[in-house]
Design a protein around this ligand. Structure first.
Ligand SMILES: NC(=O)c1ccc[n+]([C@@H]2O[C@H](COP(=O)([O-])OP(=O)(O)OC[C@H]3O[C@@H](n4cnc5c(N)ncnc54)[C@H](O)[C@@H]3O)[C@@H](O)[C@H]2O)c1
Length: 281
């Protein structure tokens, strides 16, 4: 897709990978609609991008709510007269497979899976009708292999990879000029392991749980050793331009994980966890 003059909608656009991708798209002349649940960072992101010359609006949006994601599409149509790219990127991290309260599972799955579903339902019919568009969904290396301490997160990211592969196949069968990609990064230096800032207030006591705290501290330290979000942003733009499905910013770790699973399925040893490999491209 030629991007100049087109409009991209980015969820989780106030921070990390979403904000870096907004900056990358803006530098290519793309109009932007940023959706995020955090008001102040969202306004700050919009102001800083405008100061750099971007055409951008911000819309407060909880991606787990269908009507709010439809509102992002309507805002893009109203402000820029169209939408061509949706980056279903907002996400939160929490929850081991053992001992995590069901309400935490519901929160993580609600944001990470329903956010993607709501984005597909809001934008794909429009893209098919206009015979132009591209959907990027944010998965993770945690959507390609299980990781201890991250049961709810892994469940949500496996789902995102599955939804994205299915979407890709259905779009191919449609014969329309609409593409799909799934982004599966390893660790990226962002605020993902400060996700409790967006937790519904009635769930926050979970953060005092010693296991949850220990997992979050380990995860935060590897995230801090990860790659810069601008590298991810360049890979996302490139995938949209060239219509590439897999966006593997940590390609060696992604392929190693997948090969290890295959060997395990064939009767070999269970796949090992290599956090260090997941920090490097
Ligand atoms: N950072 C990493 O190491 C890493 C690795 C793999 C995948 N990811 C994924 O990348 C995506 C972006 O995360 P990030 O790393 O930039 O973290 P981040 O915390 O810096 O950004 C996430 C953004 O999503 C927003 N958000 C949270 N809940 C929301 C909701 N219900 N509705 C709308 N917005 C909401 C947050 O306010 C924040 O601005 C997530 O899906 C995450 O799972 C991150």
């Amino acid at each position: 897709m030629e991007l100049r003059g087109k409009t991209a909608v980015i969820t989780g656009g106030a921070s990390g990978i979403g904000l870096a991708t907004a900056r990358q798209f803006a530098s290519s002349g793309v109009n932007l609609v940023l959706g995020d649940i955090e008001d102040e960072p969202l306004q700050a992101a919009v102001e800083s991008l405008r100061a750099e010359g971007a055409k951008v609006i911000g819309v407060r949006c909880d991606v787990s709510q269908e009507v709010e994601v439809a509102g992002l599409r309507d805002a893009a149509l109203m402000e820029f007269g169209g939408a061509h790219v949706v980056f279903n990127n907002a996400g939160v991290a929490a929850g081991a497979a053992i001992g995590t309260p069901k309400k935490i599972w519901d929160w993580v799955l609600g944001v990470n899976i329903n956010g993607v579903i709501n984005g597909i339902n809001a934008f794909v019919p429009l893209f098919l009708e206009q015979n132009e568009g591209h959907v990027v969904n944010t998965g993770s290396l945690a959507g390609l292999g299980g990781v201890p301490g991250m049961g709810a997160y892994c469940a949500s990211k496996f789902a995102v990879v599955g939804i994205s592969e299915t979407l890709f196949q259905e779009l191919l069968l449609s014969g329309k000029n609409v593409g799909a990609s799934v982004l599966c990064p390893g660790f990226v230096r962002t605020r993902i392991f400060e996700s409790e800032r967006n937790m519904p207030s009635e769930l926050r006591s979970y953060n005092e749980d010693p296991t949850a705290r220990a997992i979050s501290e380990i995860a935060q330290s590897v995230v801090n050793a990860g790659i810069d979000a601008s590298e991810v942003a360049m890979a996302v733009e490139n995938a949209v331009r060239t219509n590439r499905f897999w966006i593997l910013t940590h390609e060696r770790a992604a392929i190693r994980t997948t090969e290890q699973r295959l060997a395990w399925m064939k009767g070999g040893e269970p796949m090992g966890i290599n956090l260090d490999a997941a920090t490097r491209p």
